[in-house]
Design a protein. Structure first.
Length: 112
């Protein structure tokens, strides 16, 4: 899988609505803990970043920084279904992931 496809595959679940994110996690068989979304993004970020487009790279860094901050010790509650549905961090993640996804797809289209 190329860098763009890897990034799209990691951003799509982050940009989903909360109920769709929970369904995605259930389909993966990982339960309702949202940390799998962060793990997938982390792998893609390490592989694909930087993409060479300033707005996209800024959005990817913002996602990475927020997810990393949420992973600090003592913040397990941020990965719960309730936090996923109602937490401000997850609102930011979904909004930023949707923007990064839009930019990634546009960059991919421009390269074709």
């Amino acid at each position: 899988m190329n860098r763009t496809a890897t990034l799209i595959a990691a951003l799509e679940p982050l940009a989903l609505a909360p109920d769709e994110q929970l369904a995605y996690l259930a389909a993966l068989g990982v339960g309702e803990t949202a940390d799998e979304l962060a793990l997938q993004f982390d792998d893609a970020f390490r592989y694909a970043h930087p993409m060479g487009q300033a707005s996209l790279d800024a959005a990817l860094r913002a996602l990475n920084e927020r997810l990393s901050m949420m992973s600090d010790t003592g913040k397990a509650a941020l990965w719960s279904p309730l936090a996923l549905a109602q937490g401000e961090d997850w609102v930011f993640i979904r909004r930023t992931a949707a923007r990064a996804l839009e930019l990634t797809r546009a960059l991919d289209d421009a390269r074709v």
